[in-house]
Design a protein around this ligand. Structure first.
Ligand SMILES: [Zn+2]
Length: 367
């Protein structure tokens, strides 16, 4: 036995062991420091101020040695609905993670950072302190990407919620005022066009994920005032002034029977010859108040009500193109000439009634 040789070998063994420990410590230290000391922001959206955790300032060699020797660190598990979904070293990292999620979110929904009023990650997500393998630690970027992806899946009940200010220049359509005037006859009108205005609209908008769930106008500034549109509408009844004001209810065709006494009866209108199917035009603006078969002799009959309690009648029609309640404009095609009711050949029976009294329309039809 060579005692000297033994002790030298013992020293050698010890030296090699120390060397291996130092090597392991160094490797794990590099690994741990890389994960623990990643930069993080102090910014917090809930307006709380966080200072850098004393975990780093007290980051002493014993902590690091423990990490190095055991491969385990004290840190925080990210728990989603009782399920561990991630690992981070510092509680405060959540602020930075939240901020990274926000950056990704506002880029996607296209909102400026300075327009953001508040931001929340909604859902059952929390941090739990624990001790775990250093290799499990994730960077804030990894965790934020993960949370962002989770928010897009319906099953996780994680929603991103954001309030922001939105500004937009919107057009203001001119209002319309109808001004009755004695300067024009019924059916006549004159329009004074307005001008579109502009206003700056400031809104508070709430997003849930990509959807806008609320939008409230909080302020409006007029940039250019709108100018209202004015419609002058004639009120003078042309009938009272003996003016021709009715459009001919047919295209051409001659009068076969006039208004007045006829055989043993009174003809309440005029008859205009035509062919079955020829267009029947409405004589002035109004509203259809009757459009059906009439067994009093008119056959298929349309009655149109006009302003100032005037009505026009269109009888013996072959077809109706309008329904009761329909608004019609002078010249619209409302039916077809026919031979229905008491009629001896295809023609249009046309009547003008003023205060429900039939009058002779002949002189009121513009030729
Ligand atoms: Zn007739």
């Amino acid at each position: 036995m060579d005692k000297k040789g033994d002790s030298i070998r013992l020293v050698e063994k010890f030296t090699v062991s120390i060397f291996i420990i130092i090597l392991v410590v160094n490797i794990n230290l590099i690994k741990a420091n890389a994960k623990i000391n990643e930069p993080f922001s102090n910014m917090n959206l809930n307006n709380k101020t966080y200072t850098i955790s004393n975990r780093i300032s007290n980051n002493n060699i014993i902590d690091n040695l423990l990490v190095a020797l055991t491969g385990k660190v004290n840190g925080y598990e990210l728990v989603l609905e009782d399920r561990v979904v991630g690992y981070t070293s510092l509680e405060n990292n959540m602020n930075n993670i939240k901020d990274l999620v926000l950056q990704k979110y506002i880029n996607e929904i296209n909102i400026r950072q300075d327009a953001v009023l508040s931001f929340e990650i909604e859902g059952d997500i929390k941090l739990k302190e624990d001790r775990f393998d250093v290799s499990l630690l994730q960077t804030n970027k990894e965790l934020s990407d993960y949370i962002y992806d989770l928010s897009k899946e319906d099953k996780n009940n994680i929603k991103l919620s954001l309030k922001c200010i939105d500004e937009e220049i919107v057009k203001v359509q001119p209002s319309t005022t109808i001004i009755p005037t004695e300067d024009m006859y019924l059916g006549e009108s004159k329009v004074e066009y307005g001008e579109v205005g502009l206003k700056n609209q400031v809104r508070e908008v709430t997003y849930k994920n990509k959807e806008i769930t609320e939008s409230n106008i909080i302020r409006e500034e007029i940039i250019k005032k709108e100018v209202g549109k004015k419609i002058y509408r004639g009120t003078k009844n042309p009938y009272d002034y003996g003016m021709a004001f009715l459009k001919s209810p047919t295209r051409g065709g001659y009068m076969t029977s006039g208004y007045g006494e006829r055989w043993n009866s009174f003809h309440k209108g005029i008859d205009i010859a035509g062919n079955i199917g020829d267009d029947v035009l409405v004589a002035m603006d109004g509203e259809v108040i009757y459009s059906q078969y009439n067994d009093g002799g008119y056959g298929n009959l349309i009655i149109v009500k006009h302003e100032d309690n005037m009505n026009t009648y269109y009888g013996h029609l072959d077809d109706f193109y309008v329904k009761v309640g329909e608004k019609v404009k002078k010249g619209d095609i409302i039916g077809a000439i026919g031979n229905t009711g008491f009629s001896t050949g295809p023609h249009l029976h046309f009547e003008l009634r003023v205060d429900d009294e039939p009058v002779d329309p002949t002189n009121y039809i513009v030729q």
